[in-house]
Write a protein of this length. Structure first.
Lengths: 115, 111
């Protein structure tokens, strides 16, 4: 069964360092997302990506964050200079069709710990 | 803006007990409603959904009915199993088609 895969499963980094979280969405999907969940809090929307550009982003997704789909298969989230409050589980998701008709498929998540 | 409120957890039940997990929402227009589940060590999976008022979503013995009058989408199961132990998230998709999640609730089922 096709699935969304994320790497790494867990990354520990020092504050101020750059981090890249990688995702391989399901191959024929067209819409891509990053969400995050700070421990004990809600799953929060970060950004959506369609047709090689950001279609929507939340207030959380400031200039420290960027996304790329460099090669048609990977979908990456970069945090330029990590802060302590970036520690969270980051989920990648993809879907084929509009959400009301198409299911959103999530990866297992990448846990980021910023020290 | 859109929001989803779930009952506080965690919830611990014995096997074969009845389960209700409450979820209420605030949204403009007519959102679609979802329950996602996260089993230990796995990603979020769609459990069930309902796209309009009075629709009932069902899967794996779980059910939830879209109640517009009470803005609710409570999850129920008549007889839980140990294998149902997981984190359950209520979510909605509004006019902009992005998902807004609740906080999630951890369910533990004892044998």
């Amino acid at each position: 069964e096709p699935e969304v895969t994320q790497t790494p499963s867990h990354q520990v980094t020092q504050m101020g360092q750059e981090v890249i979280l990688r995702c391989v969405p399901i191959s024929n999907h067209l819409y891509f997302y990053w969400y995050r969940q700070i421990l004990g809090q809600k799953v929060e929307f970060l950004v959506s990506f369609y047709n090689n550009e950001i279609s929507e982003k939340s207030e959380i997704f400031d200039d420290q964050f960027s996304v790329e789909r460099p090669d048609g298969s990977n979908f990456t989230l970069k945090i330029r200079s990590t802060k302590l409050e970036d520690s969270a589980m980051y989920f990648c998701a993809s879907r084929l069709a509009p959400l009301n008709t198409g299911e959103l498929f999530f990866g297992e998540g990448s846990r980021l710990t910023v020290l | 803006g859109d929001s989803v409120t779930q009952m506080e957890g965690p919830v611990t039940l014995s096997e074969e007990a009845f389960l209700t997990i409450n979820c209420t929402y605030t949204a403009t227009g007519y959102p679609s409603l979802f329950w996602y589940v996260q089993y230990p060590g796995e990603g979020l999976q769609l459990l069930l959904k309902a796209t309009k008022a009075d629709d009932k979503g069902s899967n794996k013995g779980f059910e939830a009915t879209y109640r517009k009058e009470t803005t609710s989408f409570h999850l129920e199961k008549g007889s839980v199993q140990v294998s149902d132990s997981a984190v359950y998230f209520c979510a909605l998709s509004g006019a902009n088609s992005k998902l807004t999640f609740g906080k999630g609730i951890t369910l533990s089922v004892r044998p």
